[in-house]
Ligand binder design. Structure first.
Ligand code: G1P
Length: 289
């Protein structure tokens, strides 16, 4: 079955980016000239997704406004012949069919995904976490969709991380299937040293079957007292086939200041408006260090 829908959970409180995120949603912070959330939406669209549900909360209405038309601004840009800006402003609003649902209580990632139940219906769907921004030749979620369609099953995006850092992620128990694809038989969220299955961590991309919703509905809070998606995946992979794709591409954790800066610099080095200037600036700066 084709994957045409995506869910982007974006209801976190942004506590790692305070004080900036006290009043501006972290997903709306600009990376070069676009808000972070637009990179995620563009990745989904590039992978053939048509309908996107963003799970928000009461402090995030700037996101709905961003993906809407803004007639007064567009008229002004038109009148002053700012064609590039006008095209970019319109493009953001026309990227995809974007829907919103609120997570009324901050109860964890699993709970946020569960809010997508009615939007998803009975098709497999993609999940892209708002903090994990990717730079890849082929959209990372597209790499997962390919594997999920080939094996007709759920898929998670993984990469190897160090033993010291895996306790910040989830660890996946894997057996080789083909080149960069593995069969998943277990997963654990924020593992203690003795719980680590492998150094493959799930990094923010999933293709899931709707049976995950029945599992999430009955899930008890896990690590940090939150309903964890990983605990749901643990049951899902024990009931049905799940694969892990060791994806090509670089992942940035833009939920913290250093990851956000790394992504901003790398995207600015790729951007026609900033590339030349930034290279010269970095060379100049390096002399002072
Ligand atoms: C979440 C997931 C975790 C995953 C991580 C990176 O954790 O719960 O399994 O490895 O994202 O994508 P969080 O960063 O919200 O603590």
């Amino acid at each position: 079955m084709k994957v045409k829908k995506a869910v982007i959970p974006a209801a976190g409180l942004g506590t790692r980016m305070l004080p900036a995120t006290k009043t501006v949603p972290k997903e709306m912070l600009p990376m070069v000239d676009k808000p972070a959330i637009q990179y995620i939406v563009e990745e989904a669209v590039a992978a053939g997704i048509e309908d996107i549900l963003i799970v928000t909360n009461r402090a995030k209405s700037a996101m709905d406004d961003y993906f809407d038309y803004y007639p007064e601004l567009e008229d002004r840009l038109n009148a002053s012949r700012k064609e590039r800006e006008l095209a970019e402003v319109r493009r953001a609003a026309d990227l995809a069919n974007i829907f919103y649902v609120r997570q009324k209580e901050t109860k964890g990632l699993g709970h946020a995904i569960w809010r997508a139940k009615h939007f998803v219906g009975d098709e497999p769907f993609a999940v892209l976490l708002g903090d994990d921004i990717m730079r890849a030749k082929t959209p990372v979620i597209g790499q997962l969709i390919q594997a999920a369609e080939k094996y007709q099953c759920s898929a998670v995006g993984v990469q190897e991380v160090s033993t010291e850092s895996i306790s910040r992620y989830s660890s996946v128990k894997v057996e080789p299937l083909e080149s960069n694809v593995f069969t998943v038989s277990d997963v654990v969220e924020k593992p203690l040293r003795e719980q680590i299955f492998s150094n493959y961590a799930i990094l923010g991309r999933y293709v899931l079957y709707p049976c995950i919703f029945d599992i999430l509905e009955d899930l008890k809070p896990g690590v940090g007292g939150e309903i964890q998606l990983t605990d749901g995946l643990r049951q899902l992979c024990q009931r049905k086939r799940m694969v892990a794709v060791d994806f090509e591409g670089r992942r940035y954790d833009t939920g913290n200041v250093t990851g956000f800066l790394e992504a901003t610099i790398d995207f600015a080095l790729d951007h026609p408006l900033t590339e030349k200037w930034l290279k010269a600036y970095i060379k100049e700066k390096a002399k002072e260090l």
